[in-house]
Design a protein around this ligand. Structure first.
Ligand SMILES: Cc1ncc(COP(=O)(O)O)c(C=O)c1O
Length: 403
């Protein structure tokens, strides 16, 4: 195994945000199961790229060859791993995915136009648009427990929001926090709606390296020139290879007119890319595109799937069973999304507060992922199997006798 599975004690010692950022009210530590970090360090090729660069004297400003090399590696990765043939010249560097979202809001959407955010949503999608003068229209997903897909985009409500004048839709695919990988049919159905309106799609594909089952991952912009013409796609190696400390993203703009608008405004965003983040992404993408693939990433997926199996065993319930808690296996990401609303909650306490104070596990509060999800929680199982076992114990200790 090349993956290092750090224990809770080791992660606290390392001082990661997930393991030090949330404590109980009395200040005691919690099991870290919230922010999207994994307890696996990073891949050997990434470590070597960064350490080798520093030892070799690469500690200066961003050199001119770096962004083109990153674009080449990104294009090769998209082609080899996701089957999207995109020219390196269509790929721009960026400081981060959220930085790219902010620039998209400022440059390619009419000032003040509303932004459609399917919920549950990655928290900043609900706060960044208003900070840039764009109100958010939340569109709760269709939820069908028991159905394989479980979560689906509500196209009717998306159409109504377009009709009301929305200027952007934020598409998160793979979908944090539901774990969905949208199928080609779903993406085409979305395109059929959006094609009738002037709406830009910001397609956040940061979790695409983390597809856990055999679902094919398809970029919305890869459907064809019409979808690409209204789409800003943002990708990064930072989730798959667990290197959020090295901020770097890649923005894919196959449409020439849209790219020109972007490039007229993206100097600062490109300049602020972290050079080690770019070297890390190049090493990650080149390895994943090579005939042997990226064994580290494959091992990570084996561990995370094992954690899903553990949750399945502990919390599986058929749609007809009367179990209060049901685990939905994500198609992608190590993030899991739980409905605690059938459990008896005392007073106003939300599940994240109860899980933290009673079980000692820190999760993301459902309310921060969209209205109506106040009694949901997002639980990160990108961790060692022993830690996943402790998380299962913490859930059971918080809600004893729930089965
Ligand atoms: C869906 C999604 N997009 C973006 C980000 C953050 O990306 P960046 O650090 O490049 O802004 C995250 C981090 O958790 C995420 O889950």
């Amino acid at each position: 195994m090349s993956v290092r599975t750090y224990s809770a004690a080791q992660m606290r010692q390392a001082g990661s945000l997930k393991w030090t950022g949330i404590t109980r009210a009395d200040g005691s530590p919690t099991l870290g199961a919230w922010v999207a970090e994994m307890d696996f360090g990073t891949a050997p090729v990434v470590e070597e790229a960064i350490i080798g660069a520093i030892r070799g004297g690469f500690t200066g400003y961003q050199p001119t060859w770096l962004a083109p090399r990153l674009a080449e590696a990104t294009a090769a990765y998209q082609s080899a791993v996701h089957g999207w043939q995109v020219e390196a010249g269509a790929i721009r560097p960026a400081r981060s995915v959220l930085g790219a979202l902010a620039l998209a809001l400022d440059t390619v959407v009419p000032a003040g136009a509303a932004v459609i955010v399917p919920t549950p949503a990655y928290m900043p999608f609900l706060t960044i648009p208003p900070a840039h003068g764009h109100p958010v229209i939340e569109v709760p997903a269709l939820y069908t427990p028991g159905n394989g897909a479980v979560w689906a985009l509500d196209l009717e409500r998306i159409r109504r929001a377009c009709e009301a004048g929305a200027g952007m839709l934020i598409l998160c695919n793979p979908w944090n926090p539901t774990g969905r990988v949208l199928s080609e049919a779903e993406l085409r159905a979305l395109h059929a709606v959006l094609a009738d309106y002037e709406v830009v799609v910001f397609s956040d594909e940061i979790h695409a390296p983390l597809v856990m089952d055999d679902s094919p991952f398809i970029s919305y912009a890869s459907l064809g020139p019409e979808s690409a013409a209204h789409t800003v796609t943002a990708v990064a190696a930072s989730k798959g290879w667990n290197i959020a400390a090295l901020p770097c993203a890649q923005v894919i703009l196959p449409d020439e007119a849209l790219r020109e608008r972007w490039m007229a405004a993206d100097d600062q965003l490109a300049h602020e890319m972290n050079s080690y983040g770019a070297l890390a992404a190049i090493a990650a993408y080149e390895t994943a595109s090579s005939p042997g693939g990226e064994p580290w990433l494959e091992e990570v997926k084996v561990i995370v799937r094992g954690n899903f199996d553990m949750l399945d065993e502990a919390f599986y319930s058929s749609p007809t069973s009367d179990s209060a808690l049901c685990f939905h296996r994500p198609q992608a990401t190590y993030l899991t999304w739980w409905d605690f609303s059938a459990l008896c909650l005392e007073g106003d306490a939300s599940p994240d507060a109860q899980l933290r104070e009673v079980g000692g596990v820190s999760t993301n509060a459902g309310r921060s992922l969209g209205a109506g999800f106040e009694r949901w929680a997002r639980i990160n199982v990108g961790c060692a199997p022993e830690t996943a076992g402790l998380i299962v114990e913490a859930i059971n200790a918080t809600y004893p006798g729930m089965h």
